[in-house]
Design a protein around this ligand. Structure first.
Ligand code: GLN
Length: 319
């Protein structure tokens, strides 16, 4: 086993869980009613090692919307289907140094990276327009949902239509980003912007549980092979690129500090979910809705700090 004494390891996870549970900082997202109504007490941690050992504690079977944690997955699928060269003709690899939905492009007039809204909308356009362009929006939705489900080893993946409708309704900033990128000719030819925006909102509105998302994280930790099904879902090269940008850009405008303090590739979402990858060891999902001012889950960030304080998971711990 990759973690020889798993029960001993999970005792520490449990200890961190209880410690972080007392953290009542942060506020749940309030830009749509479906998120504003979320119970701030939800708190769950799920672990899945690359050899399939599992541990979960707390609210790990309650569905929540994947939100921005869909961004690395979509980026991975785009890399898989189009290759790095084509994808990065359209989107950069640089942290933006701004909020995730800031109306800003890089000096080439491309979105900074695929982990912020502009870049993720662009990646949705690539998936919609360049990957199997003959597919209708309905077919493309099925296609991506099926892909996410394979990354999650067949575990829970749903769709929250109320969140989708609200996201689309309350999306002035995302539309502004969409049009701003069209003004600068960011999209591939034949892009239908309205369909791409819908597709982006649909991806954000997919539902996962902490358990199913821990399998997603573990597939990334395992170089693209799902530890449960042993299916090769993504190529190692695609996963390398996904993890690189999660490392530098996955935690919004806290990414630099997170890379310094924790050093692990991670991606947070506005619903409070966090995908955390310990390459070649395990995937972790934490879920707690209250967010700090930068948009990261307060308990999730604290949990990661506890984790690397005790275990040598920071990549520069073993020098
Ligand atoms: N649906 C959200 C948005 O586009 C997703 C962003 C996030 O999770 N931070 O604004």
């Amino acid at each position: 086993f990759i973690i020889p004494d798993f029960p001993d390891f999970t005792k520490y996870i449990e200890e961190f869980y209880w410690k972080c549970k007392t953290n009542t900082e942060g506020k749940v997202a309030s830009y749509i009613p479906q998120l504003a109504r979320m119970n701030p007490d939800y708190w769950g941690i799920s672990v899945c090692t690359i050899d399939g050992q599992r541990f979960s504690i707390g609210d790990v079977n309650v569905p929540f919307t994947i939100q921005s944690c869909s961004k690395p997955l979509n980026y991975g699928i785009a890399l898989e289907k189009l290759g790095q060269d084509i994808v990065h003709q359209y989107v950069g690899q640089e942290p933006s140094g701004c909020n995730f939905n800031e109306l800003v492009l890089d000096h080439n007039k491309k979105p900074h990276n695929p982990m912020i809204n502009a870049g993720a909308i662009l990646v949705c356009a690539l998936l919609k327009t360049l990957v199997k362009p003959e597919m209708s929006l309905a077919e493309k939705f099925d296609y991506v949902m099926n892909y996410f489900k394979r990354i999650a080893g067949g575990e829970y993946l749903g769709f929250n239509n109320a969140v989708f409708l609200s996201e689309r309704e309350a999306a002035d900033r995302n539309y502004a980003l969409g049009f701003y990128m069209r003004e600068h000719k960011c999209y591939p030819e034949k892009t239908n912007l309205k369909e791409c925006m819908d597709f982006y909102f649909q991806c954000c509105s997919m539902e996962v549980t902490a358990e199913s998302m821990s399998v997603m994280a573990s597939t990334l930790a395992n170089g693209g092979i799902c530890p449960l099904t042993e299916e090769k879902v993504l190529k190692p090269d695609s996963v390398r690129d996904v993890l690189s940008l999660m490392h530098s850009c996955g935690m919004y405008d806290y990414s630099g500090q997170f890379a310094f303090k924790v050093g692990l590739p991670a991606k947070s979402g506005v619903c409070g979910g966090m995908l955390v990858v310990i390459p070649n060891v395990m995937g972790i999902c934490s879920w707690s809705p209250p967010l700090d001012p930068l948009g990261n889950s307060c308990r999730g960030v604290q949990f990661c700090q506890e984790l690397v304080q005790l275990f040598n998971f920071h990549p520069y711990d073993n020098l």
